[in-house]
Design a binder for this molecule. Structure first.
Ligand SMILES: C[S@@+](CC[C@H](N)C(=O)[O-])C[C@H]1O[C@@H](n2cnc3c(N)ncnc32)[C@H](O)[C@@H]1O
Length: 455
């Protein structure tokens, strides 16, 4: 059996073995860095999310520190990486995030509807749209500049349908529709002028400010694309369902992480086997701003605007504005909460990236520094610290790194346990992907035969 520290030493220096490990879809060997960034379940690709970690990071810790049937919690779940990976590996996943976009993505992935139900739901939406009376589009110029009128009419119809109910009451079909649509709201066109996205040609990973986009459209004469939203949505859904999506039904909360961990939700003390999470880093990413277009779809307006009501609403609740000392207090509340919900012999993995210290050349090793400053008050002990220089292209924050000068490409995982706990030592990590049932070709054949059966 390899311990996690042996593994981490290997991960940096060995040349990956370029042999498929699952007979179909994984193109590299069994090391973190060697494995393609595409490694993982197809549903991870639902929607890019600022600050997301690669699925293989979640997989590594899930395999090292939990067994099938165990409960795995991520109180800052973002796009739901830990939740989805845990679920498809037979663990009971619990996710939570206060950002509405993250909540929708996580909940869609913790309880995906069946592919055939979902397609019927989309067909029904399309029929309802076709029989509806065309309406005046009451949409802000920020959104209008991105979409063709016909595309926008379909989008606003679906949006109004979704927003007729609070998102916490959405069905699995509604959540998956919203999550899949969020993923195709904007992105770059192909060279031939076609696109899988609905917008003018722009980056997919994050949204630039409305003022910047407007200027760019003007200066470069960008055109809108006449996309059929229902067709693009069906394509997107087919891609998300390429892998077997069976697994235990999980749960997702839309709460402040500190409050959830302190017991305001239904998280009973001592019930979680493993926590794998990545809290916001110190002032690196604004999780609202970088998603203003997707948040519009979910009913949070004007997030892209300096004094916009959506921006203010999210800034008031998300923990991305701390000074170093208030960040330490925030992390202390989180670690005390994690201690409360963690089983006596459970493990908590907290991934924190380095940040650039203004005015200094070297990045601040945030995880190590915060841990040093608060550990005496946490009641937790450090099992190991896994440092990782992720390749820059697989980390979304690098895109901002060059312009904002704060994010760095170094992540560090604190692996923690109760002071008096004695967790099992790390299990061997199996890099095979059991949810892949023969790769995309087999999955497409399955989809085709399902479509035929459905008529
Ligand atoms: C670094 S990201 C997590 C990314 C995640 N690991 C993934 O792979 O997508 C941190 C998350 O914390 C969320 N967040 C910030 N403050 C929060 C709070 N007080 N309670 C719950 N979630 C919060 C943000 O919305 C963001 O999604």
């Amino acid at each position: 059996m390899t311990s996690a520290s042996d593994w981490s030493a290997d991960a940096f220096f060995e040349t990956p073995d370029r042999v498929s490990v699952d007979g179909g879809t994984t193109s590299a060997g069994d090391l973190w860095h060697g494995i393609s960034p595409r490694w993982g379940h197809a549903m991870h690709t639902m929607c890019s999310y600022h600050g997301m970690f690669p699925a293989k990071v979640a997989h590594h810790f899930i395999q090292s520190y939990s067994d099938p049937g165990d409960t795995v919690l991520d109180p800052f779940s973002g796009r739901g990486t830990t939740a989805l990976q845990s679920r498809v590996e037979g663990r009971l996943a619990i996710g939570n995030d206060l950002n509405p976009l993250a909540y929708v993505l996580t909940r869609a992935k913790t309880n995906p509807p069946r592919w055939d139900h979902l397609n019927k739901f989309v067909d029904g939406l399309e029929r309802d749209f076709q029989s509806s009376t065309p309406r005046h589009l009451d949409v802000s110029p920020d959104i209008r500049m991105l979409y063709h009128d016909r595309t926008l009419a379909q989008l606003t119809f679906i949006r109004q349908r979704l927003l007729a109910k609070p998102m916490t009451t959405w069905t699995g079909d509604e959540l998956m529709t919203a999550g899949a649509l969020a993923g195709i709201m904007h992105g770059a066109w192909r060279r031939d002028g076609s696109s899988q996205y609905l917008s003018i040609s722009m980056p997919n990973t994050f949204s630039m400010s409305p003022a910047y986009v407007a200027k760019y459209i003007r200066e470069n004469g960008l055109e809108k694309i006449d996309q059929d939203v229902f067709e693009r949505l069906r394509d997107k859904i087919a891609r998300l369902y390429l892998d077997d999506s069976a697994g235990l039904p999980g749960e997702t909360h839309h709460a402040d992480a500190a409050a959830l961990l302190a017991g305001s939700g239904h998280l009973a003390p001592g019930t979680v086997d493993l926590v794998v999470t990545s809290p916001p880093y110190l002032q690196v990413v604004n999780y609202g701003q970088s998603n203003w277009i997707r948040l519009w779809l979910l009913g949070i307006d004007e997030v892209g605007r300096e004094q916009g009501k959506g921006r203010k609403q999210l800034n008031a609740v998300l923990d991305h504005h701390h000074t170093y000392s208030s960040y330490c207090e925030f992390m202390l509340r989180i670690l005390l909460g994690i201690k409360r919900v963690l089983k006596l012999h459970g493990v908590a993995v907290v991934v924190i990236g380095d940040v650039k210290d203004p005015g200094k050349d070297d990045p601040l090793p945030l995880a190590a520094k915060v841990w040093d400053d608060i550990r005496a008050r946490t009641g937790l002990r450090l099992l190991e610290m896994v440092e990782d220089d992720l390749p820059s292209q697989s980390k979304v924050s690098r895109i901002w790194g060059e312009t904002k000068g704060q994010a760095t490409n170094r992540d560090c995982a604190l692996v923690l346990a109760h002071e008096e706990g004695s967790p099992q030592s790390a299990r061997t990590v199996d890099w095979d992907e059991p949810w892949k049932d023969g790769g995309p070709d087999a999955a497409h054949a399955r989809l085709r035969s399902l479509r035929t059966t459905l008529g």
